[in-house]
Design a protein around this ligand. Sequence first.
Ligand code: SF4
Length: 325
Amino acid sequence: MKERITPHLRALINAGSEAIKNQFVKMKQTITKKKFPTLDPLGEEEKYSPVKGLVHKYTRVALIKVSNRCGGHCQFCTRCREIGSADGDLTKEDIINIINYIKEHTEIYEVILSGGDPFFTPNVTFTFLELLEPIKSVKVIRVGTRLPVHAPESFNNVRIQEVLERVEKLNKFTNPVYILIHFNHPDEITPSVERVIWMLRQKGITLLSQTVFLSGVNYFPNNDSDIETSVKILDILFTKLHCLGIIPYYIYRCDYVNGLEHFVVPFFKEVKIMHKLEGLLPGLALPQYVIDAPGGRGKIRVPSLSWFKHIPHTFRDIDGKVIKI
Ligand code: SF4
């Protein structure tokens, strides 16, 4: 994946933010003992993509990849195999195929617009919102984005505003629409980002966030007090989000993507960090800590150290398959 850094992110890097730099500047990879074998550990392309641009992995939920394009390129991205390429651009026929699939599969009641970033290609996103609205079986829409973090000023763009008007109308009169923004570090919440959040809240949209444990971003391995430092960073992040009206929804273990090994935090460090956060954060500010099962299916909730002295390194995914992390 090529480097792509917006002027907004560049300004934060120039001001000294290590967390932003390590997410967006392409680094020489450090040598790690573990080498992940695949670029697609979640099997999105191989197993769960019945038509181009659609991932149907969980019975009731479908994910539409509106494009492979994003405002900035997050170097830890699970879909780094394809982000930035034109291969994900959807033709009219592709869009019709996706919509027909969703209409035929009436068990799908939640549709996630993802990508790439749906707000980076507002025309395609607008089309999908229009086409999804009349489908009776679709009850909930979720839009995942990082554009507020990459380029908050772009939310003044007329086409994005039109998408948001559509979202506002849908949310008020037809289907609940949730916007899920991905934040990894408090440095990402600048005053201009806060203004976007306020604008979205004024439209009555429910806001959620997701985070990924990332070495060099919200965890620093060479630090004697690595756990305490990470707890401090994440405590500030989740408290800020909570106070801004965003519910921190998930914190993920970084996916096991070939080439991203250096971003992965030791598992037991994450478990201990979460245990400390449990004692600090109110319930609404504490995200669920999950692993997207590599080579399996399902978001696996990692149990709390409040229950177990040692959390095992193996678990069963939702199909019963044993997975070792
Ligand atoms: S915005 Fe999302 S899809 Fe795009 S590069 Fe970042 S993590 Fe990947």
